[in-house]
Design a protein around this ligand. Structure first.
Ligand code: AMP
Length: 420
């Protein structure tokens, strides 16, 4: 078959009905947990001022450097398809005066995000994330609560073999010392490292630590570790996070080279992976600097985001099915123009009374309609012909016993509600 003229843009897949069932399941579980923990939903626009991300995520990060879809509008504004959700949430927090509310403000979101990446397994240009943000408080217990929420969602979805990786990347006070140590360590080795790392050593030396290049990884394994450079405040914070995880018996792996791709993180950073080879399912951390970067105000905060498509992929690989669709036990067949019109009316009555009925209102022949009912093994069939429609009556046939009855419209709802 020749391929159709128009295709979806590269890396921006359609979410087909079969996949939406998985999305729906993930959304339901996420919403239930968000409600329990008193998070309120926020949805920010798909487009934001480009500068929000340049200032918030950082000019030297991969996202801003090469992954943003940005364009100029007819009015001359520079806008960007949102590559992540945290900077927009913080923008909304300040814009709507949330600092006046009682703190912390707890928000969650679920929607599409965009990054100009090379499409591959687990990596698309349009992908969905859900995220949780706790804004306005510094307590390390909140870092653990965010982690716990993601773990609980994955657990509720029955995803197994989760691995929590955690690190602290310090703050504005101690990180510069660490950066200095990194630069002086890598300077003598950079000639043998990849092009990206050569750029990163000047612009963002911390990012060298998550380079995936095999040669670079060998060198990185001998690099200085941030934990040796943390100031007292960051050390104390991290200690409390780890102690709380231990207290809750949440297993974790300390990963001294976990830095994540965004500049705004401070102190705790984390990722949750599975044993499957599709990258992290979720990631996040504390971002006490972001408020200053985009709102010129202090705003301690912690949060994280999870990738919906990767979760769907894991659910499929592990044979975790979204809930099965329930097939109605009643089918409505109609013959003739008047019966079609009356059927449209009846369907509304059924909807109001919460009676699920399958129909094939576009078909004319009774035979093909009955074939449809047979295919879904539906026990009760309602048949409305011209004569019945005129008399405001309908035939109810039990396909199991073969018995049928003529029922006045007036008594129909009552009768259908009693069917087993
Ligand atoms: P990040 O905002 O980069 O921390 O991403 C959070 C989560 O979103 C990741 O752990 C992935 O599950 C998912 N994710 C990030 N980028 C992509 C992408 N390009 N395609 C699919 N999922 C993604």
């Amino acid at each position: 078959m020749a391929s159709p003229k128009f295709q979806n843009p590269k890396g921006m897949p359609d979410i087909l009905p079969e996949n939406w069932e998985y999305f729906k399941k993930i959304l339901n579980v996420t919403e239930k947990i968000a409600n329990f923990y008193q998070f309120e939903r926020i949805e920010t626009p798909i487009l934001e001022d480009e500068n929000l991300f340049i200032k918030g995520i950082g000019i030297a990060t991969d996202i801003v450097h090469k992954e943003m879809f940005s364009f100029r509008t007819k009015g001359g504004d520079r806008l960007t398809l949102r590559p992540e959700g945290t900077a927009p949430v913080v923008r909304a927090y300040f814009q709507h005066g949330f600092q006046e509310l009682s703190q912390p403000v707890k928000l969650w979101y679920f929607g599409p995000f965009f990054r100009y990446e090379r499409p591959q397994a687990g990596r698309q240009r349009e992908f969905w994330q859900f995220g949780f943000e706790i804004l306005g408080e510094t307590n390390p217990a909140l870092d653990v609560q965010i982690i716990q929420i993601f773990l609980k969602i994955f657990e509720e979805l029955k995803i197994k073999n989760l691995v929590l990786k955690i690190n602290s990347i310090g703050d504005n006070f101690c990180r510069p010392y660490y950066k200095k140590a990194l630069v002086s360590f890598f300077r003598s080795k950079i000639a043998g490292m990849c092009q990206d790392c050569k750029r990163r050593i000047k612009e963002n030396p911390l990012r060298i630590l998550d380079c995936k290049n095999e040669k670079c990884r060998q060198i990185i394994s001998r690099a200085p570790q941030i934990l040796d450079y943390l100031c007292e405040n960051c050390k104390e914070h991290f200690k409390k996070v780890l102690e709380t995880l231990e207290y809750l018996k949440i297993p974790f792996q300390l990963d001294p080279f976990l830095v994540r791709g965004l500049d705004y993180y401070t102190k705790t950073v984390f990722e949750i992976e599975t044993k499957e080879d599709i990258g992290a399912l979720a990631g996040g951390g504390r971002y006490d600097l972001l408020g200053k970067l985009i709102g010129k105000k202090e705003l301690p905060a912690v949060g994280g985001a999870a990738g919906v498509e990767r979760i769907v992929e894991i659910m499929k690989r592990e044979n975790i099915l979204p809930s099965k669709k329930r097939i109605p036990k009643i089918f409505l067949a109609q013959i003739g123009d008047l019966a079609k019109k009356e059927s449209l009316k009846l369907l509304e009555e059924f909807r109001k009374n919460k009676i699920q009925v399958l129909e094939s209102i576009g078909k004319d022949s009774l035979k093909s309609q009955l074939r449809f009912a047979e295919k879904f093994k539906i026990r009760y069939v309602l048949i409305l012909g011209q004569k019945e429609a005129l008399e405001k009556k309908i035939i109810l046939k039990d396909m199991k016993t073969g018995k049928q009855k003529l029922i006045p419209f007036k008594r129909l709802i009552q009768k259908l509600k009693k069917l087993k």
